[in-house]
Design a protein around this ligand. Structure first.
Ligand code: MG
Length: 158
C-alpha cells in the first residue's frame, strides 16, 4: 500500500547563523534560527515521511528541549527518522519539496540538496523533486524574516 504524507516547516532568519538547507551551506548573510541546525528542508521532509507512516512528527522524535539535538545535523535526524520508518515496515519512495524564500536565490543548490536528501533517506535523487520560489514580497517570507518549506512524500507499507 502506498501512503502519502505532508510536512511543513518554517524558521526565522537571524544573523550569526549559517544558512543550511537540504544539508547544503548556502552563502548568505543570515541563517535559520533553531535548536538544531535549522535546516527547514530536512525538517519538512522528515515530517512528510513520518506523516505518511502516521508516526507523529520531528518534534516528537527529537524534542527541542533535549540537549542531544542542540545544533544537530538535521540530515542525521532525517536519517534516524527513516530508520524508525523502516523498523515499522515503511519504505520511502519519493518526495516533492518546495522551498519558499525571498532571498537568497537557491536554484543552483537544488541538485546538491537532492543528492544529500537521497543519501539520508535512500530515495533516489531522481525521485526527489525540489523547487525554490519567492513569496512575491508578501508576508513574513516576503519581508525576508524567514523561510518556509512544504514537502510531500510517499512511502510503501510492507
Ligand atoms: Mg524545523
Amino acid at each position: 500500500m502506498i501512503r502519502i504524507g505532508i510536512g511543513y516547516d518554517s524558521h526565522r532568519l537571524v544573523s550569526g547563523r549559517p544558512l543550511i538547507l537540504g544539508g547544503q551551506r548556502v552563502p548568505f548573510d543570515l541563517g535559520l534560527a533553531g535548536h538544531s541546525d535549522g535546516d527547514a528542508v530536512a525538517h519538512a521532509l522528515t515530517d512528510a515521511l513520518l506523516g505518511a507512516a502516521a508516526l507523529g512528527d520531528i518534534g516528537k522524535l527529537f524534542p527541542d528541549t533535549d540537549p542531544r539535538w542542540k545544533d544537530a545535523d538535521s540530515l542525521q535526524l532525517l536519517r534516524q527518522a527513516v530508520g524508525v520508518l523502516r523498523q515499522r515496515g515503511f519504505a520511502p519512495l519519493q518526495a516533492d519539496i518546495t522551498v519558499i524564500a525571498e532571498r537568497p536565490k537557491l536554484g543552483s543548490f537544488l541538485a546538491a540538496m537532492a543528492e544529500a536528501l537521497s543519501g539520508a533517506t535512500g530515495i533516489p535523487a531522481a525521485a526527489i523533486g525540489l523547487k525554490a520560489k519567492t513569496n512575491e514580497g508578501m508576508g513574513f517570507i516576503g519581508r525576508g524574516e524567514g523561510i518556509a518549506v512544504i514537502a510531500v512524500a510517499t512511502v510503501e507499507a510492507a
